[in-house]
Design a protein around this ligand. Structure first.
Ligand SMILES: [Zn+2]
Length: 411
């Protein structure tokens, strides 16, 4: 029998798990009808808005870290993500559903927190209290609980799944067992609960605290170095106040150091600081993992719908490249505008890569859609893009470059 809190009770529901939030939607609809307009003060509405904004924070970091034309040189682990990992992390947002349901139970419970009845928009005192409680309680509680999760038998029962993904992604931050999600709920909730109990809670604090927490979690898991090593050299104490994606990836791979939530200070105090953390961070920021591909395949965008399947939009959509989903239809005009912007401003760019027997293969895309290849006035521009890409590959030392069908026809 599986240990308690090691699997999600709604695992069999698939995508229908979002119906668990249905009662909140119903409450908002009721309030909307009663008030004859958007119930801007509704706690149910804010719980749903927070659910969306928090999910979008992880999505923002996912998109950024997978825009290889921006991040290629600063990737921490150079390997790509395989389909096993995509499947494994499919329900990465379970913790968001859980925390939204816990939030709903709290605001509707028999003992609501003080200040919830007459919720203020902002109280600056709350931010100071939450910060103190985060550093004084959440960080050490997470650190010691995380260390305990790495001992036997807890690691195998609760934490091994989270560590099974070789290349961290922002969505990996949310992937885990219910026990891990409850630990995160405790570490995020204690500063908020403290601020409300001391009468300094506010709606603004809930948004600022949760979104900052999610932002820092997804940054750490982004697998892209974002803070310059020069910042740490200029301000050495900062090393102990904020972690980096390299710092977290050392924990993810080696598993015996760097256990902290966001503040390496607690690894320093606990004697679990990985001595390579900042030297490696500097090397990665300077492009240690950047390498010249052996093989480049020069493609082009097929059509507007296919352009929304690129790896940096939605992982669930890009993992099924030949399926068109209705959810994409509202974004069709947005993708069209991006296509037109690419026509006037973009150069050939790196879309994806993979390793085959240790050799790096990259896919570059000419910033044109298939239909543009049949517009006589567009042909000279496309030819120029292909020529520039070939010259660039030659300068870099790429051994083989091959052209996708329409590029071959035109060049
Ligand atoms: Zn761990």
């Amino acid at each position: 029998m599986a240990p308690p809190l090691s699997s999600w009770p709604w695992a069999s529901l698939g995508i229908y798990k979002y119906f668990l939030l249905g009662p909140l939607v119903w409450k908002v609809a009721q309030e909307w009808a009663e008030q004859g307009g958007a119930p801007l003060g509704s706690r149910w509405l804010h719980l749903l808005l927070l659910f969306s904004a928090r999910g979008l924070t992880y999505q923002f970091w996912f998109s950024y870290s997978n825009m290889l034309f921006l991040t290629r040189r600063r990737r921490v682990v150079p390997d790509g993500v395989d389909f096993r990992q995509v499947d494994h992390e499919w329900d990465w947002d379970n913790f968001l559903v859980l925390q939204t349901l816990i939030g709903a139970a709290l605001v509707n419970g028999p003992l609501p927190l003080p200040g919830l009845e007459d919720l203020r928009v902002w109280d600056p005192r709350g931010l100071g209290i939450a910060l103190l409680l985060h550093v004084g309680l959440s960080e050490p509680v997470f650190y010691w609980a995380h260390r305990a999760l790495h001992g036997a038998p807890l690691f195998g029962q609760y934490h091994a799944g989270h560590h099974s993904t070789p290349v961290t992604q922002p969505l990996t931050a949310g992937f885990g067992t219910p026990l891990e999600a409850l630990l995160l709920t405790l570490t995020t909730g204690v500063p908020l609960a403290g601020a409300f109990l001391m009468g300094a809670g506010s709606l603004g604090l809930v948004y600022v605290h949760l979104l900052t927490f999610d932002y820092l979690r997804s940054m750490g898991y982004s697998n892209v170095e974002v803070i310059s090593h020069r910042v740490f050299e200029a301000l050495p104490p900062l090393r102990y106040l904020i972690y980096t994606p390299t710092y977290l990836s050392l924990h993810h791979r080696e598993k015996d150091s760097n256990f902290c939530l966001f503040m390496p200070l607690f690894d320093l105090l606990g004697g679990t600081l990985n001595s390579k953390s900042w030297e490696l961070q500097k090397e990665i920021y300077q492009g240690k993992n950047d390498r010249v591909p052996e093989f480049v395949f020069l493609v082009h965008v097929v059509d507007i719908m296919s352009s929304m399947h690129v790896p940096f939009v939605l992982r669930s959509i890009s993992s099924v490249p030949f399926e068109n989903h209705l959810i994409l239809l509202p974004f069709w005009p947005v993708a069209l505008v991006y296509g037109l912007l690419m026509w006037c401003c973009s150069k050939t760019f790196l879309v994806s890569f993979y390793y085959l027997r240790g050799r790096l293969h990259q896919t570059w895309s000419v910033p044109r859609h298939g239909f543009q290849y049949f517009i006589p006035a567009a042909k000279a521009g496309i030819n120029r893009q292909i020529e520039l890409a070939i010259l660039r590959a030659d300068r870099m030392g790429v051994k083989v470059l091959s052209l996708a069908a329409l590029n071959k026809v035109l060049y």
